[in-house]
Design a protein around this ligand. Structure first.
Ligand SMILES: Cc1cc2nc3c(=O)[nH]c(=O)nc-3n(C[C@H](O)[C@H](O)[C@H](O)COP(=O)(O)O)c2cc1C
Length: 245
């Protein structure tokens, strides 16, 4: 094992932090390291907004469904997919504004997610704890207004950062042989794979240190995706210039 793989294997989302702040210099170093992530056509289509204003932080915590850790985390960043610089380049080079192609939306979203995961891993490697906050997509328009996000920029998810004040159990992931297919995708094993994993996760949910429950991964995820359709997203993204064609 090397330290990077150890940090990857130790990941758990942290939602409780000590009062100790995250040093500004450390944050800049971590962001710079995270920028080492690969970037589609090198567009670097991301921006981060650090929300230090306590009133805005509290509003965002409420919009995210009352997630107290958004308010209490020493550092909170909103990870944005940002094509505004690319649009500027296109206009400058005489090619006009972006048309809103799905491909560009996907490239920017992937860029932002790669940067964010690199940032989380780097943070965890120095002992910080973190959790992503997709809950900000409950009301992306209000979040965008609070942060003054221009067209061609949308908030993908938030990131709480701080020194951990909890050590939750590790959540067992799907076994590698479930997610790794050889040469072609084998759809025939889906039902068995899920049933086996459900058994493992049921034991995990029943025995973990906190928030114990009698449930399966199937039940949890089926409910989660039903609850989080966020039907406003398509219109919101189109209003920001994304996903028009
Ligand atoms: C894009 C994304 C959005 C997430 N949004 C939230 C969120 O709004 N609130 C939260 O508490 N956790 C959120 N999470 C954390 C997941 O719940 C967590 O990663 C998952 O349950 C696995 O647990 P672990 O990270 O502790 O291993 C999010 C994770 C991702 C990748």
């Amino acid at each position: 094992m090397n330290p990077i793989i150890e940090a990857q294997l130790k990941h758990r989302s942290i939602r409780k932090f000590t009062d100790q702040s995250v040093d500004d210099g450390l944050l800049v170093d971590l962001i710079q390291a995270a920028q080492g992530a690969a970037s589609s056509s090198f567009i670097q289509a991301y921006s981060l907004v650090q929300v230090t204003d306590t009133e805005n932080r509290s509003k965002i915590a409420t919009l995210a469904g009352g997630q107290t850790w958004v308010e209490k985390a020493p550092t909170f960043l909103v990870i944005c997919a940002d094509l505004s610089r690319i649009e500027h380049c296109c206009v400058q080079e005489g090619m006009g504004e972006l048309e809103g192609y799905a491909e560009h939306f996907l490239a920017a979203s992937v860029d932002a997610a790669l940067l964010a995961q690199n940032l989380m891993l780097g943070a965890e490697s120095v002992g910080l704890g973190a959790v992503f906050i997709g809950g900000i997509r409950n009301d992306p328009q209000q979040v965008s207004d609070l942060l003054n996000l221009p067209d061609q920029v949308y908030p993908v998810f938030g990131l709480c950062l701080g020194w951990p004040d909890a050590e939750p159990d590790l959540k067992p992931r799907l076994p590698v042989d479930v997610i790794l297919h050889k040469d072609t995708y084998d759809a025939s094993r889906c039902a068995t794979d899920v049933a086996n994993y459900d058994e493992q996760m049921q034991a995990y949910y029943a025995s973990r240190g906190s928030n114990q429950r009698n449930s399966t991964w199937s039940a949890q995820t089926a409910v989660a995706v039903q609850q989080k359709k966020r039907e406003h997203l398509k219109d919101f993204l189109q209003s920001k210039g994304f996903l028009k064609c």
